[in-house]
Design a protein around this ligand. Structure first.
Ligand SMILES: O=C(O)CC1=CCC(=O)O1
Length: 263
């Protein structure tokens, strides 16, 4: 188990040295911990090292006052620095994709290639996050868990993978409220609309057309606005493709990483 202290908060992370020259850094979605990348990581390790982490209040990270897209981005940079990672292939899912956009805009030299999975320049509307925060503060996560799983997972996956779904529900309900609420507040407050045309990095956008949280149109806009972006749409896949179709996800990342696309 690996932990570090970042701004007085205990952060759970994992650094796995890999065989290849690349460094893959993963950033999670709201309510999930870094285990969602397990099967993708197994496939990427022959190609490079892996760094992944739990946001405050998620997984084994402490649930303190840390949060905000810049705070999360600085945490990523600190973890990279601690492991001598100068540049990485950054793979961000949902709110993790917002961290990727922040890094690509503010610290582009630290990113070799960018993978934005199931994310957008702005995720959801302001009233949606205000309401989610108020409901969670009043009653906790459990009463919303089934609704959230319906946003996360495609209907066919929900129906056919009951053991995995039960495990993911426990992962979600295990989040500590302050950290979870901080992440919701980050989603409420972050909007990169109007800025993304200045991202100059090769970028792969991955969408699922059964995503219950991010409309496909938002991913299409993201891929259209970032100059060197391409879009891969996964048919019948929901918000967390690294869990639903890890082999397809890993292959998409590897094809992108090995492609000659550069700017
Ligand atoms: O929890 C959800 O509704 C899904 C989600 C939205 C942003 C994110 O990171 O996850």
């Amino acid at each position: 188990m690996q932990f570090c202290s970042f701004q007085n908060q205990s952060i759970h992370y994992q650094y796995l040295p890999g065989a290849g020259v690349r460094n893959f850094v993963f950033a999670n979605s709201l309510g999930t911990d870094f285990r969602i990348w397990d099967e993708v990581v197994t496939r990427l390790l022959p190609h490079g090292s892996v760094l992944r982490f739990d946001k405050p209040g998620h997984g084994l990270s402490e649930s303190g006052s840390g949060g905000g897209v810049e705070w999360y981005g600085q945490l990523v940079l600190a973890l990279m620095d601690a492991h001598g990672i100068d540049r990485c292939v950054f793979v961000g899912l949902s709110i993790g994709g917002l961290m990727g956009q922040w890094l690509a805009l503010r610290h582009p030299k630290r990113i070799e290639k960018l993978v934005l999975s199931n994310t957008a320049a702005r995720i959801g509307e302001l009233p949606y996050w205000i309401d989610r925060i108020a409901t969670i503060k009043a009653g906790g996560i459990a009463p919303l868990a089934d609704m959230i799983l319906g946003r996360w997972l495609a209907p066919s996956f929900l129906q056919n993978n009951t053991a995995t779904v039960a495990g993911m529900k426990r992962m979600l309900e295990g989040c500590a409220l302050p950290g979870y609420v901080q992440a919701c507040a980050t989603l409420r407050d972050t909007d990169f609309s109007g800025q993304l045309q200045s991202i100059s990095l090769p970028t792969l956008c991955i969408a699922g057309n059964a995503d219950g949280a991010i409309p496909l149109a938002d991913m299409e806009t993201l891929a259209a606005v970032i100059p060197a972006a391409s879009l891969r749409v996964l048919e019948g896949v929901g918000h967390i493709p690294c869990v639903e179709v890890p082999k397809i996800f890993a292959d998409a990342v590897l094809d992108f990483v090995h492609s000659k696309l550069s700017v």
